[in-house]
Design a protein. Structure first.
Length: 115
């Protein structure tokens, strides 16, 4: 089993920045790829970013390229999502995911961007 706990969400003004964190426990963190997803009410969960086990490879959905950065610290069992120049449309719940034979999900952290 893998347990994931997101933090760092909250209320931020448009144009501001946030760093989301996801702390993992239960398995060897460096063994699995990590990702961030988001889901607005009534909509499907969508991919935001992913990072490989070593951190050497990253991918992003086109809409966040240049604005969001995913990173990981395998010594701290934590993956991050740094965002800047946030817009109101970035308001949603962000979920952390770990991919190891199956996908494990965190419970999400709410990000609200005010105008």
């Amino acid at each position: 089993q893998v347990q994931l706990v997101e933090s760092g969400g909250g209320l931020v003004q448009a144009g501001g920045s946030l760093r989301l964190s996801c702390a993992a426990s239960g398995r060897t963190f460096s063994n699995y790829n990590m990702g961030w997803f988001r889901q607005a009410p009534g909509q499907e969960r969508e991919f935001v970013a992913r990072i490989s086990r070593s951190g050497g490879s990253t991918n992003y959905v086109d809409s966040v390229k240049g604005r969001f950065t995913i990173s990981r610290d395998n010594a701290k069992n934590t993956v991050y999502l740094q965002s800047h120049s946030l817009k109101t449309e970035h308001t949603t719940v962000y979920y952390c995911a770990a991919n190891l034979a199956r996908v494990y999900w965190g419970r999400g952290t709410q990000v609200t961007v005010s105008s």
